[in-house]
Design a binder for this molecule. Structure first.
Ligand SMILES: [Zn+2]
Ligand SMILES: [Zn+2]
Length: 479
């Protein structure tokens, strides 16, 4: 079937003017009022039918592409690569995008770490004069064993940076993101006469380490390649039904800092505690006192989290150890809040050690790895509401839901350059609607992202991902 979309768009504006004319005509005319109303109705119906037809054309193209996209998804799912090792995944993405006519550059990114290659992919498709829109997917899987029992489950074993053997799983659904991006690329190439401007599609590594976006920006993502007027991404959601998308305006995801603390005491025999400075007791007091940062030092109106996720110390019942190690995650939306929390952690740790009589040269060591720091993600309100309207038109109002902000983290936020580039990441429902219903009825939570049991429902998820992202880009780059 030949249904030339560009002519539809031109016709659409032509008929809009006809519509306006006919409206005024109906005001001034003194005869044939009935006729004018009929004309108005006919034109309105005609306009609607054009929109439905172009929507149907996209639907048909997506259905045609779905079998091979699902094949791509299963291949990516079965072959995950963990952060910093996305070599094959990146070259697969590069090859696919090149075959669609994109100018592709590989290995974009610089971690600033010797011998660590950054596998960033940048694909550019120029299509006349217009805005530059960047669509991002992440590439990395997680170091964990998959326990979904799926026929295409990953059985990959690999080594991490410290040489430890680990499993690998796309437990955050970055395989869904990649497949949706490739599907979107295919649709936009097919619909080239419906948009104009420069499309930049990127594959970003090391999202799970909060390092990839920064590495790509540091390596000239916005200077060697066209700087976007808009940056868009999607992330699958482990509680939202497949077929739906979720939208959050403003702060959507939190900043993330990992903090390592070594609480040092003076070890000795468990029977003679008075001759020691017990780091187990000191660390315990620190853990509890850290909880007062959010409750007493941060405004109740500002979201913040301080979680001590790991505490390790000692070897035996009757030995007071020399050290205890704590691992913390710190989350916030606003930069001053983040700084307040980090300063308070250090002050509280040192203060408690001091009060326990630990000498100054044995105060806790607090390490904050700013290399793996992830800033918060702010969804530009204007862009987000524009996309919401687009999604509602493409997917139906019932399939677009408002999602509350979360304290999870995403380094996509970096691409917004603190508000200089309007950016928006939206949620893509990935769960079998039956499972969502069952979980609500039974009150049992669904497997979350990063769970070894996380089992997205590929077909409706990818269909919706491609449709939502293609519609978003068409809206931002429409002729
Ligand atoms: Zn993740
Ligand atoms: Zn993720």
């Amino acid at each position: 079937m030949v249904f030339r979309v560009p002519s539809v768009v031109k016709h659409e504006s032509f008929f809009f003017s006809r519509l306006v004319n006919s409206f005024f005509y109906s005001v001034v005319t003194t005869l044939g009022g009935m006729m004018t109303q009929v004309r108005f109705l006919t034109l309105t119906l005609f306009l609607c039918s054009i929109q439905v037809a172009s929507g149907q054309e996209l639907d048909r193209s997506i259905e045609n592409a779905l079998p091979s996209l699902l094949e791509t998804y299963r291949t990516l799912h079965a072959n995950p690569e963990i952060s910093y090792y996305e070599e094959k995944t990146a070259s697969f993405m590069a090859k696919e995008l090149r075959s669609l006519g994109f100018a592709v550059t590989e290995r974009v990114g610089n971690y600033g770490v010797p011998n660590r290659t950054c596998y960033g992919v940048v694909a550019v498709l120029k299509n006349g004069t217009g805005p530059t829109v960047m669509v991002r997917t992440d590439l990395d899987g997680l170091p964990m064993d998959e326990k979904t029992g799926l026929p295409y489950a990953s059985t990959v074993r690999t080594k991490n940076e410290t040489g430890e053997e680990v499993g690998a799983m796309h437990a955050c659904g970055h395989d869904i993101h990649m497949t949706s991006l490739l599907g979107t690329a295919r649709m936009l190439v097919q619909l080239k006469d419906r948009w104009q401007g420069t499309l930049v599609m990127i594959g970003q590594p090391a999202e799970e380490r909060g390092a990839g976006a920064k590495a790509m920006l540091n390596d000239g993502l916005y200077t060697r390649f066209p700087k976007p007027d808009f940056a868009v991404a999607l992330h699958d959601n482990a509680t939202l039904e497949a077929g739906k998308v979720g939208v959050t305006e403003g702060f959507a995801l939190a900043s993330v800092n990992s903090v390592d603390m070594t609480v040092r005491g003076v070890g000795g025999h468990g029977a003679y505690p008075h001759t020691t400075k017990d780091p187990v007791v000191i660390a315990s007091e620190i853990v509890l006192a850290l909880q007062t940062i959010v409750s007493r030092e941060v405004s109740p109106l500002e979201p913040a989290v301080v979680t001590v996720g790991a505490i390790h110390g000692g070897t035996k019942h009757n030995i007071i150890p020399d050290e205890v190690h704590l691992q913390l995650t710190v989350r916030a939306y606003k930069e001053p809040v983040r700084r307040t929390i980090l300063a308070a952690i250090k002050r509280i740790a040192e203060g408690i050690a001091h009060s326990a009589g630990v000498p100054g040269d044995r105060f806790p060591i607090v390490r904050i790895d700013e290399n793996e720091f992830t800033p918060s993600t702010y969804n530009d309100p204007l862009l987000t509401s524009r996309l919401r309207t687009t999604f509602e038109a493409a997917l139906g109002k019932d399939n677009v839901v408002t999602v509350d902000p979360v304290m999870g983290g995403e380094d996509f936020g970096r691409f917004g350059l603190d508000g200089k580039v309007p950016a928006c990441i939206f949620w893509l429902g990935a769960v079998d609607p039956k499972k969502v219903e069952e979980s609500a009825a039974a009150g049992t939570p669904l497997p979350s992202l990063h769970s070894s049991q996380f089992t997205p429902l590929p077909e409706p998820t990818i269909r919706t991902g491609v449709k939502a992202m293609t519609s978003a880009v068409l809206e931002l780059m429409k002729k």
